[in-house]
Design a protein around this ligand. Structure first.
Ligand code: FAD
Length: 419
């Protein structure tokens, strides 16, 4: 790609961690064990316990490490879509610019780190069974990069490679868009298996979100704030799922609705002013102006704008507000905060979109790449979405940025000392 950043740069940037500083003042009780339980059970108990343990224990130290490198996080804690619990952190800077900007600053201040953009890794170099480097093609010249101690694969997932994702889930045709950047193609993962005999696990677990922009499939234009404060309605204006559910559960329910199309509904609790921004740095005012979101001073006015029967939408919201009072509803939702009762009201259209590939290269807690027999492959490490085994069948929202931080740091340290 012509610039660094990958999916990280365009991420909404929710980062899950059990936080000894920020959660308590907000009255949120949490524990490492609970984060473990949510991650393990949220992936149908298919994740590797040792990886999950390393992950949950190091997520908060990952925040402290990023802070030590100059990255800022807000004090606010929220629940990002599919996170199942309020432990999502927001960086101070928009999207993934906080993460990538911090690393770029570090690189610019420390001599001896060369970054090659527009350069595609085409092959791994092995010597006597040890991975010692990569061959790559640049725009003008070919590159051979030799590693002193270890090679770390951190090339991300394959959500943007339609052919590859269809090999593992034939339903994911090109008619289904993706949130991913175009460089999420997966060939280095395949290379690791073919060339270095890396074991690949869980490739069939491909995550969709019910949150794609109807035109591009991207997450931009998404008007939701925290899970607690919004509902989803179908084209008839009716709710159809617990909106605090797992991502796969919500997306499957959306596929059952007419045209697999839904509206996210929020109110002034999410946007107290028109200058309020979503996780993608867009103001609600701008989204409404561009026709990507709709606004009504009353529920009925909003319903008319999105061509839903006003009486039905009113009834849906009235029932939801009763559910907020009772903290229980007909769909089994558990996360509630404010009623939807504060004008103005907003609606944003959303469709299913391919988002994350849970499977990939098998690693151990030290990020060493494993072969089919479970033995580390000399010289080879991997971290991030290119790996498999942490999330099981379903990744919790907000767990990926914590994952890449925790395991990226371990991979760097392990590779550096792997003489
Ligand atoms: C729109 C969007 C929003 C998201 N929001 C969140 C969120 O709020 N919270 C959360 O936890 N997760 C989120 N995720 C998921 C998360 O962002 C990703 O899982 C994570 O960023 C992956 O990081 P990575 O370092 O493994 O890969 P990436 O950040 O994708 O980086 C991989 C890099 O490798 C490069 N590469 C690939 N193949 C080659 C090759 N052959 N040669 C050279 N370079 C190559 C790519 O171009 C890219 O630069 C989101 C994802 C998307 C797409």
């Amino acid at each position: 790609m012509p610039r660094v950043g990958g999916n990280t740069l365009i991420a909404g940037s929710a980062y899950n961690a059990v936080d000894p500083k920020r959660q308590k003042p907000l009255g949120i009780e949490d524990s490492i064990d609970l984060h473990y339980k949510h991650t393990f059970e949220g992936g149908d108990k298919l994740g590797k316990p040792a990886l999950i343990k390393t992950f949950v224990e190091n997520s908060y130290p990952g925040i402290e490490w990023l802070e030590s490198l100059g990255m800022g996080f807000k004090d606010e804690i929220f629940t990002v879509l599919g996170a199942l619990y309020p432990r999502s952190h927001k960086p101070e800077k928009p999207l993934g610019t906080g993460f990538i900007g911090t690393y770029e600053d570090y690189i610019s201040k420390n001599k001896g780190i060369t970054v090659l953009t527009d350069t595609k890794v085409e092959d791994l170099i092995l010597e006597n069974g040890r991975v010692v480097g990569v061959k790559a093609t640049g725009r003008k010249e070919n590159v051979i990069a030799k590693a002193k101690n270890g090679v770390v694969i951190a090339t991300g997932g394959f959500g943007a490679n339609v052919e590859l994702r269809q090999q593992y889930n034939s339903k994911l045709t090109k008619a289904i868009p993706t949130t991913n950047h175009p460089g999420a193609t997966g060939e280095v993962m395949l290379m690791a298996a073919e060339k270095a005999a890396a074991n690949l696990v869980g490739l069939q677990y491909i995550q969709l979100l019910p949150m794609g922009d109807p035109v591009s499939g991207s997450l931009s234009g998404n008007i939701e704030g925290s899970v607690e404060d919004r509902i989803f309605v179908n084209k008839s204006g009716k709710r159809f799922v617990a909106e605090d559910e797992r991502r796969d559960v919500m997306t499957n329910a959306l596929f059952e609705q007419k045209d697999a199309y839904m509206w996210t509904i929020v109110d002034a609790h999410t946007y107290p002013t028109e200058q309020g921004k979503n996780n993608f740095n867009e103001t609600i005012e701008d989204l409404v102006k561009k026709g990507r979101a709709f606004k009504g001073e009353t529920v009925e006015e909003l319903a008319a704008k999105i061509k839903v029967d006003p009486a039905v939408l009113k009834d849906t919201i009235d029932k939801f507000n009763v559910a907020v009072e009772n903290k229980t509803d007909e769909f089994g939702r558990k996360l509630f905060a404010n009623k939807l009762d504060k004008a103005p009201f907003y609606a944003g259209p959303r469709v299913p979109t391919v988002h994350h590939t849970m499977g990939g290269i098998e690693i151990n807690e030290k990020t060493q790449v494993l072969d089919k027999a479970g033995n580390p492959i000399p010289g080879l490490f991997a971290a991030g979405e290119v790996t498999g085994g942490l999330h099981g069948s379903n990744r919790l929202g907000g767990n990926a940025l914590a994952e890449i931080t925790v395991f990226g740091k371990i991979a760097g340290e392990e590779a550096a000392k792997n003489k």
